[in-house]
Design a protein. Structure first.
Length: 235
């Protein structure tokens, strides 16, 4: 992904990510005053700003990208920001609550990631997050264009991953959002500006042909985002 390079553009372009961060925030507990919390992949702070309002005993927002952290810090200067790789976070001090919005779908090894996250949680700790599932960007993705090296998984597959990683799923649901663009090319440019693409895609000629084939007569191109929101706890 190119999040680091596009950090300056992410906040203004992350329309769906903002919607799902707000949606996920509905499930943050009211009283967090005795809890320690760690957020992974915080980006520019779209979800962090909800956490900050809850007055946790301690709250740390983290990201792998230094530029994202700088963006986040500039918007939420009173939050404790740090660099952390979410796929390798087991050495972090154990916390009562772990949060991650619009991050987990990028994991190439969800079971390993979820086990590390479980190990980062204190006894009776909880995870809350949202992630994009199969069906997202289905109009755009094809053999000539993938988003990255990860596999899209359905909500059922994700629920199984959480169960296999010994989380007790407390609640979950999904939502579907749609964005309308003038063309498939415009949709792809928007993903580029979000930083949600890699440089490892098919050759430019094939990609151009793919986008051409996707063009519609109406001059409107719809892109879907399907999101799973899930809260799970550990023993
Ligand atoms: C789609 S953005 C989501 C940001 C924020 N959570 C939100 O809801 O807007 C994904 C974020 O995850 C970060 N990220 C990607 N891989 C990561 C990793 N292995 N560890 C930590 N952060 C990562 C990116 O830098 C980016 O800021």
């Amino acid at each position: 992904m190119n999040f680091d390079k596009k950090a300056g553009l992410y906040h203004q372009n992350a329309r769906i990510q903002k919607i799902v961060a707000d949606w996920c925030a509905e499930w943050i507990e009211e009283d967090c005053s005795t809890l320690s919390a760690l957020e992974l992949g915080s980006g520019t702070g779209l979800f962090t700003r909800h956490l900050e309002l809850r007055a946790f005993e301690s709250l740390r927002a983290t990201d792998l990208s230094r530029s994202m952290i700088e963006e986040g810090k500039s918007r939420l200067p009173d939050v404790d920001w740090a660099e952390l790789d979410a796929w390798e976070c087991e050495s972090a001090a154990k916390v009562d609550r772990l949060y991650a919005c619009s991050l987990l779908q990028w994991s190439e090894n969800p079971l390993e990631t979820l086990e590390k996250w479980r190990n980062a949680l204190a006894p009776k700790g909880r995870f809350l997050g949202c992630l994009f599932v199969e069906g997202s960007l289905k109009e755009l993705i094809g053999e000539e264009f993938r988003l990255g090296e990860f596999e899209w998984r359905s909500e059922q597959q994700w629920l199984t991953c959480f169960e296999q990683s010994n989380y007790d799923i407390r609640r979950w649901d999904t939502r579907l959002d749609e964005e309308i663009y003038d063309s498939p090319m415009q949709a792809l440019r928007h993903l580029h500006d979000l930083g949600a693409t890699t440089n490892r895609n098919a050759n430019p000629g094939k990609l151009k042909q793919h986008l051409k084939r996707l063009e519609t007569h109406s001059g409107r191109f719809k892109v879907s985002w399907k999101t799973l929101r899930l809260e799970g706890s550990v023993d």
